[in-house]
Design a binder for this molecule. Structure first.
Ligand SMILES: [Fe+2]
Length: 173
């Protein structure tokens, strides 16, 4: 493969990743304010929102080092999609479960993206980009693993909660 082709492919995927992280930010922003009943999840989401801000900066640095920029069009389209996903998850009392499922899928998507980007940076011999993207990859890996470890606990907490709500609704007075 010619270096030009590889570089263009890398830029395309960096831009896609930037739009993906913007979408992720919108999703988490929406979720974070609605997680008062699940403080551990809220705390982890807020930490990951900060990590996501830094991941966006890393992607921008990678693009700048190649004299390129993020795509505003992609960023906007995908952050709208993030809002739509968040809104549709918010419908129904099992919102917390739907959020866990979407976040689980999303973090794995992000992880796969960074694995691929690190590989491209390596192929192109871009050491700085490789280490920046590697840092984001390991954050995504940790977030995906955290969600994986918490799906069952959250299910228990959810069952408990809907039971309480039901009792509160049928209690006299
Ligand atoms: Fe993430």
């Amino acid at each position: 493969m010619s270096p030009e082709t590889a570089r263009a492919a890398f830029v395309l995927e960096l831009r896609n990743a930037h739009a993906m992280e913007r979408q992720s930010q919108e999703l988490m922003k929406w979720q974070a304010v609605r997680l008062a009943d699940y403080p551990d999840i809220e705390k982890r989401i807020r930490t990951h929102m900060e990590e996501t801000d830094e991941q966006l900066r890393r992607l921008e640095r990678c693009l700048e080092s190649l004299n390129e920029r993020p795509s505003i069009l992609k960023d906007t389209a995908l952050s709208l999609l993030g809002n739509l996903t968040a809104t549709s998850n918010a419908m129904g009392e099992d919102e917390i479960l739907k959020n866990m499922f979407s976040n689980y899928a999303f973090e794995h998507y992000e992880l796969a993206t960074y694995k691929s980007l690190v590989r491209m940076a390596q192929e192109l011999g871009l050491e700085e980009a490789k280490s920046l993207l590697g840092a984001s990859r390991s954050e995504e890996q940790k977030m995906a693993a955290w969600i994986d470890r918490h799906i069952e606990n959250v299910t228990d907490a959810y069952l408990e909660r809907i039971d309480q709500l039901k009792h509160a609704a049928t209690a006299p007075g």
